[in-house]
Design a protein around this ligand. Structure first.
Ligand SMILES: Nc1ncnc2c1ncn2[C@@H]1O[C@H](COP(=O)(O)OP(=O)(O)OP(=O)(O)O)[C@@H](O)[C@H]1O
Ligand SMILES: [Mg+2]
Length: 363
């Protein structure tokens, strides 16, 4: 079912989703389970006290609007793939509800499978001795595509992912990056309105990854209006393509927002790095003191000789808050006859926010 951006039902709606894995290996014991007392008692009554449990997803709720690209970030083991598998009907949840285009994944899994296509980071599911094209033909027949339509589609998809001349090669000759691209082709054989990619660009070289991001953004999202969910460890990728980002940490959704909103969660700090010099009256103590007086400057965090050790060249780092008026700093330094040789202004990156939101603490 093709939905459009204006549709009011979200493409994906997740409410109070919980997933608990039961393990026999080392894991979290029932007593350490972070869930409600009643549910814990219920699990213990079912499996016994000595069973190990692990809360992979803990009461997660969010919505993904139609036509948007939603990025799931989180450290290893945060629960991203588990969430993707629940969305794709591959794993059953233990609590909460998940809807894809309004269809309940638990009650109507076959309907949901018509709405979405998933590319997992594991288990590629291709036959090694068949060619890339033959593998795609097999899946095209599963999706009910007629022979001619399948050939046309496979041709255009192989072209799209940069494998136009590799379709005739046996799959066992494919490199990791080529295999990933073939997986993308497989996902695009059907016209599902929701596409889910688990770490799609891992194993791709930088140019292939760039092409993939471009295709996702320009073609699948903007042109075809599909809804896309990706998990990624690549902050640059998330910043470039995602409309909305969810940050998972140890099974909890610790933040959700646009890339800029997530970045700003670290604070509104800006850092202005300057290399200054050329003044006989430049004074290591006086300049920082003057700069510190400028509104919205928090402090001058560093004044030192630059690395090349030039006696009249110093690096300053001025920390302030957003909307800091740089011109005041510059005119003040110019009044001191300081020459400004290098300027760089940095704001918190998505990576800073990721580090901040997923701080390492003992579990
Ligand atoms: N089938 C399973 N049985 C038991 N525990 C599991 C199972 N699958 C995943 N887990 C555990 O659930 C947690 C979340 O795993 P998941 O694969 O969802 O993390 P992830 O965020 O995708 O990590 P990564 O970035 O490494 O891919 C991990 O601690 C993992 O060990
Ligand atoms: Mg994963």
């Amino acid at each position: 079912m093709r939905m459009t951006k204006g549709d009011r039902t979200p493409a994906i709606k997740v409410s109070n989703l919980t997933k608990i894995y039961r393990t026999n290996a080392v894991g979290r014991s029932a007593s350490g389970l972070s869930t409600s007392l009643n549910f814990k008692k219920f699990l213990i009554s079912l499996f016994g006290k000595r069973t190990n449990f692990f809360t992979a997803l803990d009461n997660i709720s969010f919505e993904v609007p139609h036509g948007s690209i939603f990025g799931l970030l989180g450290p290893n083991g945060a629960g991203k793939t588990t969430l993707v598998k629940i969305l794709s009907t591959l794993v059953l949840a233990d609590g909460g509800k998940v809807f894809v285009n309004g269809f309940d994944v638990e009650k109507r899994p076959y309907r949901v499978l018509k709405e979405l296509q998933t590319v997992l980071s594991e288990g590629f599911g291709f036959e090694r001795r068949l060619t890339g094209r033959q593998n795609l033909e097999f899946y095209a027949s599963l999706y009910g595509l007629g022979r001619d339509a399948a050939q046309r589609r496979i041709d255009s998809l192989l072209e799209l992912v940069g494998l136009p001349d590799k379709g005739h090669l046996a799959y066992q000759r494919y490199s990791t990056g080529m295999a990933r691209r073939l997986l993308v082709c497989r996902a695009l054989l059907s016209e599902a309105s929701v596409l889910i990619f688990d770490e799609p660009t891992s194993g791709m070289d930088p140019r292939t990854a760039l092409d993939f991001r471009h295709m996702m953004l320009e073609r699948l999202s903007k042109k075809e209006g599909r809804t896309i969910v990706i998990t990624t460890h690549n902050m640059y990728e998330a910043q470039q393509v995602c409309d909305l980002i969810g940050v998972l940490d140890r099974g909890k959704l610790v933040a959700i927002g646009t890339p800029d909103e997530i970045r700003r969660m670290v604070g509104e700090k800006v850092v202005l790095s300057l290399t200054v010099g050329g003044s006989s009256i430049f004074n290591e103590t006086r300049a920082p003191l003057l700069v510190k007086e400028v509104t919205k400057v928090h402090g001058v965090v560093n004044v030192s000789l630059t690395e090349n050790g030039s006696s009249d060249s110093r690096a300053m780092q001025i920390e302030g808050v957003k909307d800091l008026d740089y011109s005041k700093i510059f005119s003040l330094l110019l009044n001191e006859h300081v020459k400004i040789r290098f300027i760089e202004s940095t704001q918190p990156s998505l990576e800073d926010a990721f580090m901040y939101l997923t701080k390492k603490v003992k579990r």
